[in-house]
Design a binder for this molecule. Structure first.
Ligand SMILES: O=C(O)CC1=CCC(=O)O1
Length: 403
């Protein structure tokens, strides 16, 4: 590697569609580790390190306070050019997402699909970022270590191996590189440019993110034409680390072109429906349903994929969490226990916590009847126990029956 480009790595089939992943300040490209295996299955993934972070040289950005988002975006374009990628999908966390917004607005021919995770069009008061830059230049990134756990994670997660490793990456970050990224954030303001973005855009927020709270995500999603918004419960700023399955599912669905299918033909509705169905119910589950399809069930399989998933679940009028609440209630009301089990797992994938699922079940006791809710609680407890007994299995990888 020469010293004038960011450190980066490449994963996935060399001929697969390109996807560039950008990290957040204080982290390295390892922050994308939880998503990498799934994303690299069907993409050639390029992850890059911010200047002074991971293994990138700090000198990629000026140290005199003049660093800009344009300079960071130029580094990414350089990496894409080296790969011969005229057009690529881009996903970025926080400042990494800001680079994506900038690229999509100012180089619209380069970004075919955009996802921004816990990011913003403006990261608050520039003076605060200038102060942080000065502090880190004087004292190093150790000065940020005490406050990051509460910003990056909701309670307790910082003590997990994944959380602790990220804090160590912060400690290892070069002070000049970190400070220059603060300068970037001080001068960054995309507010007036969001409406120029034409790439299909997904905006993801962590509900408990104090750095870029959901209101920041809403501002982006409201201004970028056609953007979708997903808020993830039980996650702070590094939502992809804390709630990996929810973020991975959202990115996969977006990358596979699940923009609302209406108006469209049956084929595009089927394709969009299949992608959302996979994102919500899990790859393994849908693979099993497809494998079980017979000539007798084929029309019905096509119908639910195209209609339930391709028309209704793809809609952007309600978020997936809300759709899960409605679906759980309806299944309880009609006593469909096998479908309920499947949709309890789907609700977890869609970002509902166990406590929130419990609230839905409690409320169903009022409107669907106590016996129905009693049976639903038993089903939910069984699913939670199954998940706890196999902690490394994706909550969506289940064997409950689906039509
Ligand atoms: O300060 C943090 O750690 C949160 C954050 C703001 C921009 C970014 O990349 O991370």
């Amino acid at each position: 590697m020469t010293d004038d480009r960011p450190h980066h790595d490449l994963t996935g089939p060399p001929t697969a569609p390109p996807l560039v992943l950008g990290p957040s300040i204080g982290t390295s490209l390892a922050v994308w580790e939880p998503q990498l295996p799934a994303l690299a299955r069907e993409h050639r993934v390029l992850r890059w390190d911010l200047p002074g972070h991971g293994r990138s040289p700090a000198a990629l950005l000026p140290s005199d306070g003049s660093a800009t988002i344009d300079a960071l975006a130029a580094l990414v374009l350089r990496l894409a050019d080296e790969q011969g990628w005229e057009r690529f999908a881009y996903a970025g966390i926080s400042i990494g997402g800001a680079v994506g917004l900038h690229l999509a607005a100012h180089h619209p021919d380069r970004v075919g699909c955009l996802s921004v995770v816990c990011s913003s069009a403006r990261f608050g008061d520039p003076a605060v970022w200038r102060e942080r830059a000065a502090l880190v230049r004087a004292e190093g990134t150790e000065a940020m270590v005490a406050s990051r756990p509460g910003t990056w994670f909701s309670h307790g997660f910082a003590q997990s191996p994944a959380g602790a490793a990220l804090i160590e990456d912060l400690r290892a970050t070069d002070r000049a590189g970190y400070a220059a990224c603060c300068d970037v954030l001080a001068s960054y303001d995309m507010t007036a440019d969001l409406e120029r973005i034409m790439a299909p855009t997904l905006v993801v927020a962590g509900r408990d993110d104090p750095a870029t709270p959901p209101a920041h995500a809403r501002r982006i999603a409201d201004a970028v034409p056609g953007a979708s918004l997903l808020e993830i419960a039980g996650a702070a700023h590094l939502a992809g680390v804390e709630r990996p399955e929810a973020v991975t599912a959202a990115l996969l669905a977006h990358l596979s072109g699940t923009a609302p299918a209406r108006p469209g033909d049956d084929a595009s509705r089927h394709a969009a429906g299949m992608a959302v169905r996979r994102a919500v119910l899990g790859e393994a589950h849908v693979d099993r349903a497809v494998a079980r399809t017979t000539p007798f069930t084929a029309r019905f399989q096509d119908f639910i994929t195209r209609y339930a998933w391709g028309e209704i679940w793809t809609g952007d009028g309600l978020d997936r969490r809300t759709r899960s609440c409605i679906t759980l209630t309806a299944l309880i009301a009609h006593g469909h226990d096998a479908e309920l089990a499947m949709h309890i797992r789907a609700a977890l994938t869609n970002g509902l916590t166990r406590e929130e699922i419990g609230e839905v079940l409690l409320q169903s006791a009022i409107y669907c009847g106590v016996p129905a809710a009693n049976s639903a609680f038993a089903t939910a407890q069984r699913i939670f126990d199954e998940i706890d007994a196999t902690p490394h299995v994706d909550s969506a990888s289940h064997s409950d029956t689906e039509k």
